[in-house]
Design a protein around this ligand. Sequence first.
Ligand SMILES: Cc1cc2nc3c(=O)[nH]c(=O)nc-3n(C[C@H](O)[C@H](O)[C@H](O)COP(=O)(O)O)c2cc1C
Length: 380
Amino acid sequence: MTALTIDDLKVLAKRRVPKMFFDYADSGAYTEGTYRANEEDFGRIKLRQRVLVDMSNRSLESTMIGQKVSMPVALAPTGLTGMQHADGEMLAAQAAEAFGVPFTLSTMSICSIEDVASVTSKPFWFQLYVMQDRDFVLNLIDRAKAAKCSALVLTLDLQILGQRHKDIRNGLSAPPKFTPKHIWQMATRPGWCMKMLGTERRTFRNIVGHAKSVTDLSSLSVWTTEQFDPQLSWKDVAWIKERWGGPLILKGILDPEDARMAADSGADAIIVSNHGGRQLDGAHSSISMLPRIVDAVGDKIEVHLDGGIRSGQDVLKAVALGAKGTYIGRPFLYGLGAMGKLGVTRALEIIRKELDVTMALCGKRDIADVGRDIIADYRD
Ligand SMILES: Cc1cc2nc3c(=O)[nH]c(=O)nc-3n(C[C@H](O)[C@H](O)[C@H](O)COP(=O)(O)O)c2cc1C
């Protein structure tokens, strides 16, 4: 099957990735209402069709936090990416680098900061979760600096975990457990297994060997549930910013009041995000909150968005409503699960082509000129 859409990649990924890991990507918290709303609300926004305007020489080039991007789309940080496909983070980072878009490595990745740095030549971005073990956090920031990461993405909306029923039912872990159910899920995906046997990267390599008292996996699961710091506050943003010393992006802002505080925090950008519907079930979709947040802080801080983007049309709508940049999570994970590095490239190509054609049909030649005027019947 030739993958023409992100949905095609999802179908392929489902066939190639063991159920527990496919489900880990394709799930949201509790009823999954916010997960669905993220996608559905894009569908409600209508574009204005314009004709007889010059459509030649189009450009999608832009910047995110001052860094050049070939289109305003970055790869979102996603945990356990190396379980969708062996060495997944390294492959996705290479695909993003070749494409000219940022790759963001999660704290909860399988491949480590150093693994990704060893196979890329341009800087990538690093996403930080703040743990109670502050020495570990300081060390992570220093490791990201040493690897020449060019932005730190501080995630604010997962200090306590929203429940995903599928993960509990599937008994998700990394590496997988060897119960009959898990062995069956893997045995029915032989291609995945062969690649996984060919790599030594099968656990959380940013953590194991770096955090005190984490030497094996049984202690790791205890460590993660106990370690995310529920007392994280705006005060912490200051010391993190100071220790990091580079561009800082705050991820997980969904409310204009929080956006105002973020704008005063000294950060360089915010990501309007509800963690892909994986945390507060019942929250608004990211795209529906974007205009209000842009109106509140758009002149003070760069605003980015993630959640529910499944096409170039979605990227265009987010840009039109004021996002300087967007991120894709599941679309690149589906590509990775479907076809490894080639699949991530395919996901980016699909989105780029859709974005380019849709922009032209809206009568625009340069992404920099895209604004609310391309949205039909724009109402707040
Ligand atoms: C499987 C998966 C794992 C994720 N892990 C992380 C993570 O480790 N850190 C983080 O900040 N966000 C994480 N996220 C959230 C993404 O960064 C992003 O906000 C979300 O995927 C965007 O929605 P989309 O998947 O609809 O594009 C994860 C999302 C998914 C789907």
